[in-house]
Design a protein around this ligand. Structure first.
Ligand SMILES: [Zn+2]
Length: 136
């Protein structure tokens, strides 16, 4: 039989301390269950919670970051696979897919797409650019 009674100590979960601590029983619910207990640590009186009842863990929303390769990495890989000789960028030069362009401002880029006869999409180390080309 339980010998619990008011004034005795019991291990209980303290919601304030967030720990299982010794509590002094203040009021008994019945012969075996304390109703109110006082925390020996923070001295707060609260309803008895069995120490085995673990506090619910806060749901941690794990936000997965999209793993996108940095532009420069893709750029470097593409350059590695491309054996074309860089062509100095000129608005009049007609570029084709896979051409390597040497741009005075953006540096080395790879023609990713020919949008139309006058526009090409070029992947530079830091960004994807749309450049004019083939202008007569
Ligand atoms: Zn406490």
């Amino acid at each position: 039989m339980s010998n619990l009674s008011a004034g005795k100590e019991i291990l209980a979960y303290c919601g304030k301390c967030k720990l299982s601590l010794y509590h002094t029983i203040v009021v008994m619910k019945d012969d075996t269950t304390p109703h109110k207990v006082q925390c020996s640590s923070c001295k707060s009186t609260h309803a008895f919670k069995d120490q085995s009842v673990k506090p619910k863990k806060k749901k941690t929303t794990t936000r997965r970051k999209k793993v996108t390769k940095p532009n420069s990495e893709i750029w470097a890989e593409k350059l590695k696979d491309n054996s074309n000789t860089p062509i100095k960028y000129s608005i009049v030069h007609p570029f084709i897919l896979g051409d390597i362009v040497d741009h005075p401002k953006f540096g080395i880029g790879i023609i990713e797409k020919t949008i139309d006869t006058n526009k090409v999409e070029v992947l530079f180390e830091t960004e994807l650019k749309i450049l004019m080309h083939n202008k007569k």
